[in-house]
Design a protein around this ligand. Structure first.
Ligand code: GLN
Length: 540
């Protein structure tokens, strides 16, 4: 059995199409089906690895090393599963596969055309995801909006599939209804235009998800139904919610599960939604507040603050806060501000420095780490946040004042963070795409450490995305000065987790990998929970 749910966006992007798609996938899974998800990014970039996070949001990394859109994180979190490169495609990756096939004579001398060959390659990838994950239903999100030129080949793929298998394909349009203050009315005309645009691509939506600030009323539903040619009950309300995990609960209220299953000729096999519902609805009920400061630099775009660059970090903190029954208060601290005034750090119960690249803003981050270390404020460093903690420790505890990462200062006399030899080659050849240390790698944990206690087991596997490492030549110097290498690669060469003993600091931990990528709502990451516990003690 192969069933397809396509989710497209009308009117404008950024209205939660990814979360809506993840929620649909979750709802179908809770209905007893094996479900997977595919994200299509319309960019020509072959993957998201070469995109700036302030422009595109967080670069999410899968266990197999695929660098992809942050929505993939939502799919993994909502489906509680690991996805792979089969679940992600871009315009660039599709064209690359077609061109490679052509070079390999796999079109047997035919003239290769944009249509049908590119849409056929799109469908091949989608079917590959179904096959690889042994799923029965795939939810495919087409990024951006339908009016965009670059989405034509993807819409054409949907049309071709629908034409051949009309009973196996459902099309959901996520459309935003602006609210005009003047008369407090949700406006439906943009949605009507969006449906016309879909019609001109030979497609008609089966369901319209009406995204809006408030729930859509009956009158507006009727208007959309009449003008867009669909039954009124197929217009499903999707108002703003306090937390994204409520969305599956809300959509189910609009009976989207029944609508989709009916369209696909299926029946509900079971109703396993209770666990999710309980989690989602208990998120806002706690009193105790813990203040966490995130020190970073990918926050601002013009006059907007874009927390999207750190989506998974925020979600992982929320999962752990829920487990520890804490109300989380998150503050964004611009690293350049901390450099001027390190005492800014003093007001927080915990400080987190997430991943990052380049030299800008890092002296501020190092100052923040120093303040957290010397004032015993719980500190959690992720990737760059771990590397900079090692730099800080080398400078201020070991006493090598000019220590640095060669990423920021290639000529430092004490390169405590440096690139491995194979990375040097990539950089010399300008091979930047997909060449970092990427994806899941194993690590071994040392006994009697915060890390080992948190995980409760000696062997772990975690996801990476970095070029630089703690320089193996410095491991002994660091250990002699009191830094504990609590997680190490099986070869005993690469530091994976560093920490300070509890006798010295309540919680000072850094990971070379990205634990935020594998935290799940119903299974928060153990290190995030340990950090949250320490911050909670701090706030007492
Ligand atoms: N810039 C650092 C490196 O490449 C850290 C990367 C990250 O934080 N993801 O090693």
């Amino acid at each position: 059995m192969r069933k397809y749910v396509f989710v497209v966006g009308g009117v404008m992007s950024g209205v939660g199409k990814g979360v809506a798609s993840s929620s649909i996938a979750r709802i179908l899974k809770d209905g007893g089906y094996r479900v997977t998800a595919v994200k299509i990014d319309p960019y020509v970039n072959v993957d998201a690895g070469t995109m700036n996070p302030t422009e595109h949001g967080e670069v999410f990394v899968l266990d197999d090393g695929t660098e992809c859109d942050q929505d993939m994180g939502n799919y993994e979190r909502f489906l509680h599963t690991n996805l792979s490169g089969y679940n992600y495609m871009t315009t660039g990756s599709v064209y690359l596969s077609v061109i490679q096939k052509e070079r390999n004579l796999e079109y047997h001398g035919k003239c290769v055309e944009v249509v049908p060959h590119v849409p056929l390659a799109v469908l091949d990838t989608i079917n590959g995801a179904l096959k690889h994950t042994k799923s029965e239903i795939v939810v495919v999100e087409i990024g951006g909006t339908i009016g965009e030129y670059q989405n034509l080949i993807f819409l054409e793929a949907v049309r071709m599939l629908k034409q051949k298998h009309p009973d196996d394909v459902a099309l959901v349009l996520v459309s935003y209804l602006p609210l005009l203050n003047k008369d407090n009315e949700l406006k439906t005309k943009p949605t009507q235009y969006a449906v016309r645009t879909l019609n001109s691509a030979g497609l008609q939506p089966d369901i319209i998800l009406a995204r809006s600030a408030q729930s859509i009323d009956d009158k507006r539903k009727e208007k959309i139904a009449f003008n867009c040619n669909i039954p009124k009950h197929s217009v499903v309300a999707a108002p703003d919610v306090k937390n994204i995990y409520e969305i599956p609960v809300n959509l189910r209220k609009g009976k989207i599960d029944m609508l989709l299953l009916k369209k696909l000729g299926l029946r509900k096999r079971e109703n396993a939604s209770a666990q999710w519902r309980k989690f989602a609805l208990s998120l806002d009920g706690v009193q105790k507040t813990v203040r966490i400061g995130i020190v970073g630099k990918y926050f601002s775009s013009g006059s907007f603050v874009l927390a999207d660059s750190y989506r998974s970090v925020i979600e992982a903190l929320r999962h752990a806060a829920h487990q520890e029954k804490i109300k989380l208060e998150l503050d964004w601290i611009d690293s350049e501000q901390v450099q001027k005034k390190p005492s800014l750090i003093g007001q927080y119960d915990g400080i987190l420095v997430p991943g990052g690249f380049g030299a800008r803003g890092i002296e501020g981050k190092i100052k923040a780490i120093e303040y957290a270390r010397t004032h015993k404020i719980p500190y959690f460093g992720l990737c760059y946040g771990m590397q900079l903690a090692v730099v800080e420790f080398t400078r201020n505890v070991v006493g090598l004042k000019k220590a640095h990462t060669t990423e920021a200062d290639p000529k430092t006399p004490y390169p405590v963070i440096a690139v491995l030899p194979e990375q040097k080659e990539y950089l010399a050849l300008k091979k930047y795409g997909a060449t970092m240390r990427l994806g899941g790698y194993p690590a071994v944990l040392q006994k009697n450490t915060i890390a080992r206690e948190a995980y409760g087991k000696p062997n772990i596997r975690e996801r990476h995305r970095h070029r630089y490492e703690v320089n193996p030549d410095y491991l002994k110097v660091l250990a002699d000065a009191g830094l504990v290498i609590s997680g190490i690669s099986p070869s005993q060469e690469l530091a994976e987790i560093i920490e300070l003993p509890r006798t010295v600091h309540p919680f000072f931990v850094g990971t070379q990998f990205h634990p935020e990528l594998t935290s799940r709502p119903l299974e928060p990451h153990p290190l995030f929970c340990a950090f949250m516990k320490a911050a909670k003690r701090e706030s007492l």
